[in-house]
Design a binder for this molecule. Structure first.
Ligand SMILES: [Ca+2]
Ligand SMILES: [Ca+2]
Length: 541
């Protein structure tokens, strides 16, 4: 059996779609429906604006025991002031907003581009004077909005714009900002004292019904408007919802408490008399607008319910911060590879979402290539993701640049950031040489002569390969030099002989020195090493 809380949405749906009489019957209908539903164990549908348990779309602004928030707790209102402690389950809310309170210059219409809108401060009829606006968005992409007005002597014709781009008034009577495809316009009208009511939802598509190249003929039936009608519903109840529950609006049928400072044209302060308070909601997902971010929103009053009506009053305010931003850090280390002929550079860092929009399509490239562990493809606001990679270089000194790029999920803005880092590998060209010698008597040119034979090994004791290896003996006589290249750790023999031309020391020694020179790979410089040994000539060794 379902709990009462789970059944509330279904009951609410039935009431929403019921006749005016049954809606007004209120508690009796609820009780009867609740009993019926409990009896059959109905599973309620949770989708829809009027059935959403997040918010009380009930014609007042005060959170009651019914499931969901209402404006007073969403906006953090207490004791007649708001903004102290918001306790709603929304993801973003704004309001109550009373300023800047402007008037559209006569002739300004919803269908026009924003650069065609004009404002001034001429007077407007009290019934068309909007006093506060408010909006909240929930994680299920149901967007709630509301407004109150000064007087109710006449029909209420209101509009709510949600702009993807930031829109704001300029001091010269124009507006900055521009429409983007996907801007949302909701018109709500409560006519004849709340007995003829309708809601219309439009999407901005641009001039010529979205074919704004001015040459493509709009599809048959699409019309030429810059806005497309997505939802339209009329009703005779105070709550008007379309049959799919994609959009709803309601006004107050009697006086309700104003959680924020409010003084009606007539009547006590702190109360919103009948038909002064308006709230509604749209399911952005159902309109394929769930991924849109709305930087600004506005509440307006209008001269009639027609889309071509003149606009009267407007309050405009920022809504969602929709700024995509990305940052990237980078560091690297370089080391000579074991073979000593190249350098391995490893790099890593972090890509962070530093904006106020979720990021998708996160990519990271390095101008030297070699990204082996890319960052996550998506980054929520404030999230970071590590990356790493490596590449091989022919140089000890290296520098490379990474570029991180992404697209704002809601703002659709492309952003990128770069970071560079340099790192140098340590090269230690080094060699060693040892030497043996022995004396022999040889017949040279018919004379018995002492000859010194020498040999030894040349070794590469550094961490880079050696080239141009050359070995010389100060007494000359190198007959078998080492090879000209030496790999890291390699040793190669050499040998030779010479005839000493002098006697050193008391017993007669022949001394010679071999010197090795070599060039370290990777331009690491030249190195030399020597070995000296003396051989006694007497006795012969
Ligand atoms: Ca409410
Ligand atoms: Ca509640």
């Amino acid at each position: 059996m379902k709990t009462l809380r789970e059944l509330v949405p279904a009951i609410h749906t039935l009431i929403c779609r019921a006749s005016p009489r049954s809606f007004k019957a209120g508690g009796l209908v609820w009780a009867a429906l609740l009993a019926a539903l409990l009896a059959v164990g109905v599973t309620p549908a949770r989708a829809g604006v009027s059935t959403n348990v997040d918010f009380e779309l009930d014609g007042n602004a005060v959170n009651s025991g019914a499931a969901g928030d209402d404006w007073d707790n969403v906006l953090g209102c207490s004791g007649g002031t708001c903004g102290s402690t918001a306790t709603g389950g929304d993801t973003i809310h704004v309001g109550p907003i009373a300023e800047p309170h402007l008037r559209f210059t006569q002739g300004t219409k919803d269908e026009e581009r924003i650069d065609q809108w004009r404002w001034d401060l001429h007077g407007t009829p009290d019934k068309s004077t909007i006093t506060d606006i408010y909006a909240a968005r929930y994680s299920n992409n149901i967007l709630y909005f509301g407004a109150d007005r000064l007087a109710n002597n006449g029909d209420a014709q209101l509009g709510f714009w949600f702009f993807r781009n930031a829109v704001s008034p300029n001091a010269d009577g124009t507006f900055s900002g521009s429409h983007a495809v996907g801007d949302l316009l909701v018109l709500v009208n409560f006519l004849k004292g709340g007995s003829v009511n309708n809601i219309q939802v439009f999407k901005w598509v641009g001039e010529n019904n979205g074919n704004n190249d001015d040459t493509t003929v709009p599809a048959p039936g699409a019309g030429n408007s810059s806005v497309q009608l997505l939802v339209s519903q009329s009703n005779t109840t105070l709550l008007v919802c379309d049959p799919l529950d994609i959009a709803c609006a309601i006004t107050n049928g009697g006086s309700v408490v104003a959680p924020w400072p409010y003084t009606p044209k007539s009547g006590p302060s702190g109360f919103l008399p009948k038909l002064r308070f308006f709230e509604g909601g749209v399911d952005l997902n159902a309109l394929n607008l769930g991924n849109e971010c709305f930087a600004s929103f506005a509440g307006e009053t209008r001269s009639s319910q027609s889309i071509t009506a003149e606009l009267k009053d407007i309050i405009l305010h920022a809504f969602q911060p929709c700024n995509a931003a990305i940052s990237v850090t980078k560091q690297c280390t370089a080391a000579v590879v074991p073979g000593g002929t190249s350098v391995n550079v490893t790099f890593n860092g972090q890509v962070c979402n530093t904006g106020t929009d979720d990021l998708g399509s996160v990519l990271l490239t390095d101008d030297k290539g070699g990204v082996t562990t890319p960052p996550s493809g998506t980054l929520a606001i404030g999230a970071c993701s590590n990356y790493s990679g490596s590449y091989t270089s022919p140089s000890l000194v290296n520098s490379d640049t990474v570029t991180a790029s992404a697209t704002g999920v809601n703002s659709h803005t492309n952003v990128s950031a770069q970071a560079s880092a340099g790192c140098t590998a340590v090269a230690s060209p080094s060699c060693s040489v040892n030497k043996n010698c022995a004396t022999h008597l040889v017949l040279d040119n018919s004379k018995l002569t002492v000859q010194v034979n020498f040999d030894g090994q040349v070794c590469n004791t550094g961490n880079v390969a050696l080239s141009n290896v050359a070995l010389s003996n100060d007494q000359l006589g190198v007959t078998s030099p080492p090879p000209s290249t030496l790999a890291v750790g390699a040793c190669e023999p050499y040998s030779g002989s010479y005839f000493p031309t002098s006697l050193g020391g008391s017993s007669g020694t022949a001394s010679d020195t071999v010197t090795v020179t070599a060039d370290g790979a990777l331009n690491s410089g030249s190195k030399s090493c020597t070995a000296t040994q003396s051989c006694n000539l007497c006795p012969l060794q």
